[in-house]
Design a protein. Sequence first.
Length: 514
Amino acid sequence: MSEIEGPFFRAGADGVLLEEFRALADAGRFPAHPVLKWLARFVVGMGGGPNKDSPLVELCHLVHAIDILTGNEGESRQLFFLGLDRAVPRTIRTHLVSLTIAPVDGPVSVDGKGVVIDYPDSPFRVTFGRMPFLVALYEFLTAMEGFSFYEDLGEILNGMTASGGPVSTRAVKDAANRIASRLRVYRREHMEWAANDEKFDAVLGFLKDHADDGHFIIDDEAIFDFWRLHSQGKEFRGYKTVFDAFVTFQRALRLGDRSQSAEQASVMGTDVEAGEVDLADEAFDLETLGDWASPLDAIDDEDLQDIKFFKGSSERKPMEALMTYGPDAVRLPRAFLRLESFAPIQSGITNDLQVKRGRDSVSRRIACTDAETYDQKRNQYAALLSHVRNLEKAVLHALVETRDTATVPLHGARGLTLAEDEGLPDMNPVAEEAREAFRKLVRKGFEEITDPGDHRGEAFRRAAAPLVTIAHVLQSMLDAADDLGAKSDSLQSLFSDDKSAFSMQFAAIYGDAQ
């Protein structure tokens, strides 16, 4: 289920939302692929085609059709939506036919593909292939927050026929809008992402205003310009807040791009139960893979704590933010260097004002006197990369000594790979280099290995991949920083320009507060 629940974790869903979704999923009424996948993405606001709430319109149309076909707004509706042990197109078709009592010449007809509602303005079709998802959506809505929405949902749906005359498409859309409004409240209460909708809207508006031939431009200067424009308000006062908002927005765009690419590669067909894609189904939206996670999280695993790969203040802390943002930091190198150098200054200003440290302290911070330079950050990353390369060599030595011959690619060992079907290769002179690196690491876990069955072998093996990732991010950031310096006079000149710009903006934000 972890694959299906991915959207919830990315959106910061709380325990209430997760438990309510799991209760529905664990009942076994719906196929995981694609029904539960579609439902998970819709609940967090990531599905539904051009309009993320369009499935609610479909659901209201289906409810209207069922009410007419069964002749009952209450019991028969519940029997249709909640009465099947297994809700798939085949069983839903049979179930609907068994419940239908409406005349064949009525406003709703049933054919081999689904139901068609003949509205005065235009007909609307709901296919049997789409119904399992809509049935799952109905069940989720009824169970939201301990079934607290159950009665209100019924009243909203019944309200489509309140006028006593034929139901219009306008009445259906009004009902869908009321349900969508309640769902937005649910998202805000149970998802961290939804609480940031206003930030996303602000970023989107800015990017639209500065688009080039309709294409969004998300670069270092866009982030700085947005911050300078909005920083005297409350929502975007912090440069870090703006950087995070742009990174999140950029990831959302990439997520959509990957979904589109993956969708185009899907198996085409009409067998929804088999996971095939009907290209006429505009609401289809694949879940995406490849989201970034800090490689330091793997190093923090409890099973690796017997080995001191990084010292906290001198080795881990300086690269913690870089590993958290990963590829996004590399894509936005100047914006990230600004974050590293000037966000701590802004945090210090806020702290000084809160504890009333006085004008001198605030003025010094506003002048950015103590800001870490870009050259200092670059040299720090270079030193960390050298350390990680040594760690890779040391890990290689540990794996050889413990006879762990799993495939482990390590940059620091000149690309050497140990493969299970090859045995141990001739390690000289690489073995001596790796042994020397291990010996020089005077810290916990790097003591001499005398037993081939040493339990540290597994820990070293598990650390190999995240160490490779850490090295790659550090090297990529160094390359990006060097490119920045090459395109201007130097990194120092960039820092001097940014120091003046941030100092000026800090004065505009906090000058009166001193």
